[in-house]
Ligand binder design. Structure first.
Ligand code: FEO
Length: 389
């Protein structure tokens, strides 16, 4: 991308095409980027650093953008290591640099870097504080739990830019294909921020008071125009846990193919009965983060799994546990269980969803004994009608 966001605000972030799993858990087939910015004003501010793995590339970008000048401030919006990894490096490199961050972030700096000189050079800021750089002034806005408690975002009224930290982030490198932009923004949102709907909603309320023309997040593309409006629209739906797409998402886990056949049959019946959208995922093989995303996206979730060791088949247990972690709520859920001699999966799955908020359980649970029979197909027909009711 063009490094110039405006005449005096530059992009100095880096792409990460070597990473195998983001946060050691999320597949990122289009890589990842750690965004960082430089504001060249009377005072020069570096806005966040990057993952330490990309230190050399980032320092090159920084030095090229500085062109021999000395920076005055390092703004730290978020202390997670994918952004804070190079704090000590850059503070050591520029001894006159003042670190600007929330008090909680300064506490975390002491935990991540065993170097008390860093916090001694820190200026704590809180909600409403303004840091004047000359033409630009950064107004700080607290965004706790988007996605850690120390997070601040900042707004520059001069350029109408919101530096949004993890908010509005996306998996993928900075120049990754934008045609299907929402898919990787959604997968990022529900897996990284999904649990924090209320804090995100609070941040959106504060942001609505500002004239924002550009959003500069810490991951993914810089947002302007239609993409910015679309991002705000989607974030409003997602942070309220509202349904984005009317339809049914069938998540199944199958040991020997019996449960898979049932899940696929239900998908066929739902399509025949005119379900607006049906998608299906094999939890043992497909990307779990994508399954989490689809569960939040659609209005109804169907979970289909066998009993295993008198308990629930682990891929399904893991999926539902992840949904619980991410505060899954406000959805209709239907159940299919399989068991050759003592089916227990349905009872266990229901118990797991009972712990979540505003879940409407569709009855009855369909029980398969080993392989689907003609009678089971009739039960699936009834279940499909209940789902679409
Ligand atoms: Fe991109 Fe919460 O770190």
């Amino acid at each position: 991308m063009d490094a110039k966001i405006s005449s005096d605000i530059l992009y100095i972030g880096v792409d990460d095409n070597d990473i195998d799993l983001f946060e050691s858990q999320y597949a990122v087939p289009e890589g990842m980027c750690y965004n960082s910015y430089l504001i060249l004003d009377d005072k020069i501010a570096i806005v966040d650093t990057v993952d330490f793995r990309k230190k050399d590339e980032w320092l090159t970008n920084l030095q090229n953008a500085l062109q021999g000048k000395n920076p005055d401030y390092l703004i730290v919006h978020h202390m997670e290591p994918d952004h804070s990894g190079c704090i000590k490096t850059v503070m050591d490199l520029f001894p006159s640099l003042t670190l600007v961050a929330s008090a909680k972030a300064i506490q975390f700096i002491n935990q991540f870097f065993e170097d008390s000189s860093l916090s001694a050079r820190a200026q704590a800021i809180k909600e409403g504080d303004v840091l004047s750089l000359g033409t630009h002034s950064l107004q700080f806005i607290a965004a706790p739990m988007v996605h850690w408690p120390e997070v601040m975002v900042s707004y520059d009224a001069e350029s109408k830019i919101l530096f949004s930290a993890d908010g509005f982030g996306k998996f993928g490198t900075i120049d990754a294909d934008l045609d299907d932009w929402a898919c990787e923004v959604r997968r990022y949102y529900f897996n990284i921020c999904g649990k924090y709907g209320l804090p995100v909603s609070n941040l959106l309320k504060k942001a609505s008071q500002l004239d924002i023309q550009t959003i500069c997040p810490l991951h993914g593309p810089i947002l302007q125009g239609e993409k910015l409006a679309e991002a705000l629209r989607l974030y409003t739906i997602w942070s309220n846990y509202d349904v984005e797409t009317k339809g049914v998402f069938i998540a199944y886990a199958s040991i020997h193919g019996g449960t898979k056949a049932v899940a696929e049959k239900l998908a066929e019946i739902l399509r025949e009965k005119g379900a607006p959208k049906v998608s299906i995922s094999d939890l043992s093989r497909d990307d779990q983060a994508e399954a989490i995303e689809d569960a939040f996206r659609m209005s109804t979730l169907v979970v289909a799994a066998p009993t295993y060791d008198g308990d629930l088949f682990p891929p399904m247990y893991d999926f539902i546990h992840h949904l619980e972690l991410k505060a899954f709520q406000k959805r209709k859920v239907a159940f299919i269980e399989n068991g050759t001699w003592a089916p227990a999966a349905g009872r266990i799955m229901k118990a797991m969803f009972e712990k979540m908020k505003q879940i409407t359980m569709v009855e009855p649970v369909v029980t398969i004994k080993s392989r689907m029979t003609k009678a089971d197909v009739l039960a699936l027909e009834t279940l499909a009608e209940e789902i679409l009711r």
